[in-house]
Design a protein around this ligand. Sequence first.
Ligand SMILES: [Zn+2]
Length: 323
Amino acid sequence: MPNWDQNKISNATIFLAGVGALGCVVAEILTMMGVGKLVIVDFDTVELSNLNRQWLFRDEDIGKSKALVAKEHLKILNPSVDVIAFNQKIEDIPDRIYAMCDLIVSSLDTFEARRWLNSMCVSVGKPLIDAGLYEFFGHVQVIIPGSDAACLECQPLIPETRLQQVCTLPGEPRKKERDEPKEVFPSVGTISAVIGGIMSQEIVKLLLGLGNPIGYLFYDGLSEEFTKLDLSRRLDCFVCGEKWKLDELRYFAEGDEKIGELRKRIALIYGLADPTMIVGTKIVDDEMSITEAEISEHALIFVIDATVAKPIRIRVVLTHNSV
Ligand SMILES: [Zn+2]
């Protein structure tokens, strides 16, 4: 193989978020290829319905931790690969584990978790290979922090209906997204093999420094057509944009506006499920007005939500002081 440098592969540490249909394909390819270290994070257990496409698992694994079972099987495939398994949620893994990896692979089954991981990757400056499957379709997106390419939030390809569905606004009962029955994304092994293969190829290209990352690629398994898009980064993106890094996301409000209203507007703009507003070190209540919450002109407020790994910083610009 011209330009192949096995040392670059053998010295690489790859973070695998989720070991479902795509995670199994990528983990197996990387293990056979002799990647140095594989960090596998998944808090799910193996279910009977997984066995048609998640080929690291067998009947006797049903009910066991996916991460731990995957580790056992991968060690058989290639004992020289250092596999570290965490039977945990990605949100519970410390930043330093993400920071020590060369790149991060997302094989997650909820939009919320994918958005959270995107935010984490931008924060630690590590490339993210994100992908998804639906019936006979799949997609791959390569996000390289600091490049001109879009992150997951720059060009939201998450369906608007889905955002509205998760958006809990003031006055509506709050709900816990993760406690609800999981949305089912029907998928088959043929599509996960194609998409997982492309993800692995993008990983190899990044490790060896060959070719160009694909940006966004959509695969239609019925027409056998690939569609490639170059999505550009947005300067005002609240996750990766320069403006947000410089604390320049500005928010116009009136002094007598209720925090609940401000929260609602912010939730809709950023597609957040249930944002919490923090001023100084205190959570501010929906019923308070901006004046009562002691938010002064150009004050910096922090917004936290299950879809972001780091708080969003917003400057409030008071357009009219009612006091
Ligand atoms: Zn972005």
